[in-house]
Design a binder for this molecule. Sequence first.
Ligand code: AMP
Length: 226
Amino acid sequence: MNILFFGPNGSGKGTQGAIIKKKYNIPHIETGVIFRDNIARGTELGKKAKDYIDRGELVPDSITIPMILNRLKEEDCRNGWLLDGFPRNLNQAKELHKALGEEGMNVDIVIEIVLDRQIAKNRIMGRRLCVNDNNHPNNIYIDAIKPDGDRCRICGGELKTRSDDQDEAAIDKRHDIYYDDKEGTMAAINYFKELSKNNNGVPKIVEIDGRPGVKEVTEELLSKLG
Ligand code: AMP
């Protein structure tokens, strides 16, 4: 199963992604995680990507597209993948579709978590990352997932903020890219919606209301995936 997973920063995508990964037993490939991992390890790729990420800008397509297309060729992707954070603009969407077509593959499902821009922004600024597991949800502004004091509510681990999470200008920039329906992520989503219309519902489009709590969003997601 090949799945694209869309949602603005702050929509709880990482948390829901972990659930989808489990349901289909496919790797959860998060572009942002790959970049941050490379930055932490001080690789050439990380050095190239860091300044863009800190400014909230997209890393250039010339770096990102080959990185992801190569990742999808790895052994663990044989039975499918869940792609999260890519494509992030119209060009990446077209290039992905083209590259898959050349391999006789396609996207099976497109999931979109729909969330208002202002709500998404508040959620990002309250987000705390558990040093033990990225997917332990902690947010100081969301009652259901409030940390346990200053520790992770799941495992008691130390909590950190992402440097690009506390920078309002960077958040606005990321959202400018996401909500841009001319060239940005919305344009990428619409590209696949249009494909679906012209291709008998392939990929299947699954829209989820991101406003309720984590549990409710998961329930809607799982019931729509069937
Ligand atoms: P995320 O963890 O998804 O919020 O991504 C963090 C940052 O990584 C983004 O703000 C971008 O700078 C960069 N990034 C992630 N995905 C992409 C992508 N598909 N294309 C270009 N840059 C990306």
